[in-house]
Write a protein that binds this ligand. Structure first.
Ligand SMILES: [Zn+2]
Length: 125
């Protein structure tokens, strides 16, 4: 993933520290290093997501490029499942999980609005 992408300033939202850049790209602050942030692209690897952090770039990307599923990676001991992580998140770092959460926070209200609109249209017809 290129670091040459146009950067926007990280603005801390009240409920998250992931800030969108484009539809599926997010800047996510490091939990361990002050003033460090990582670019997450949720579209990479068919929606698994890829992050610029070392864990994602070195461990996860290598397995994803080989077509190894998260479940296979765990079962074969290719990756250690972090405590509290689900098997299907085995090839996602904490930054990707945070970006996915921010994405859902943006998407769900829109989906709810669309559903209300659809229901409203149904009543009219
Ligand atoms: Zn990461």
């Amino acid at each position: 993933m290129s670091e040459a992408l146009p950067a926007t300033e990280v603005v801390i939202k009240p409920r998250t520290c992931a800030e969108a850049e484009g539809t599926l790209r997010y800047w996510v602050r490091s939990n361990t290093v002050l003033n460090r942030r990582y670019l997450v692209d949720l579209a990479m690897f068919n929606g698994n997501g890829l992050c610029a952090c070392k864990h994602s770039q070195i461990r996860c990307q290598k397995l994803l490029k080989r077509g190894i599923s998260p479940q296979e990676a765990v079962e074969k001991g290719l990756i250690n499942l972090k405590e509290g992580h689900k098997v299907y998140d085995a090839l996602r770092c904490d930054h990707i999980l945070e970006a996915r959460s921010a994405f859902l926070d943006e998407l769900l209200p829109r989906m709810v609005a669309l559903e209300k609109q659809r229901q409203g249209n149904t009543h009219v017809a």
